[in-house]
Design a protein around this ligand. Structure first.
Ligand SMILES: Nc1ncnc2c1ncn2[C@@H]1O[C@H](COP(=O)(O)OP(=O)(O)O)[C@@H](O)[C@H]1O
Ligand SMILES: [Mg+2]
Length: 166
């Protein structure tokens, strides 16, 4: 019996660099309208993964944790934006305040990567790429990537090929 849903897969990362490289591959597959949801405790590597995603997506800017500002925006040459949101300080499951994050505008214009997405689950689109991150030891993290919807199944198929071949 498969433990993971179809097209879901797991990655064991042995270093921050490896986590960033997974992010780079993923970021290069994202298109305007995509949403990536990150779930995992403090230190599980969410922001480290986002550094890779942003780089692979094409922004030259250095990603820092948006914990205090809630949303950071990263533009890429050519014109669209990666919105990096950290829901840690948002009221869990309140409707997303459009002053903080106007989802329609964000997804019309760019991609959204959300840390602590489990806190915002009721406000987020049902179709998304969900990534669960867990701390294993100081150097190692476990990632489970789960597609919700065909768009994300297709992203994960390509990502799996890019990471593992075949
Ligand atoms: N395999 C790994 N993947 C990601 N981060 C790792 C890994 N090993 C060690 N780390 C370290 O763990 C910390 C993760 O922090 P961060 O990415 O900010 O996590 P979060 O955003 O989930 O709180 C960083 O200091 C990073 O260097
Ligand atoms: Mg973080």
């Amino acid at each position: 019996m498969p433990i993971l849903p179809p097209h879901a897969f797991e990655v064991f990362s042995h270093s921050p660099e490896q986590t960033r490289r997974v992010g780079i591959r993923l970021g290069s597959l994202l298109q305007v309208g995509d949403i990536v949801c990150l779930e995992g405790d403090l230190g599980s590597g969410k922001t480290t993964l986002v550094q890779g995603i942003t780089q692979g997506w094409g922004s030259p800017s250095k990603v820092t944790s948006p914990t205090y500002v809630i949303v950071n925006e990263y533009d890429r040459p050519g014109g669209n934006t990666l919105f990096h949101c950290d829901a840690y300080r948002l009221q869990p499951d309140n409707p997303l305040d459009s002053a903080i994050l106007d989802l329609d505008r964000v997804l019309a214009d760019g991609v959204l990567v959300m840390e602590w997405a489990e806190r915002m689950k009721t406000s987020l689109p049902k179709e998304n790429l969900w990534i669960q991150m867990d701390w294993i030891n100081p150097d190692q993290r476990h990632l489970i990537l789960i597609p919700h919807g065909h768009r994300y199944e297709s992203i994960l198929k390509k990502l799996q090929q890019a990471l593992f071949g075949g």
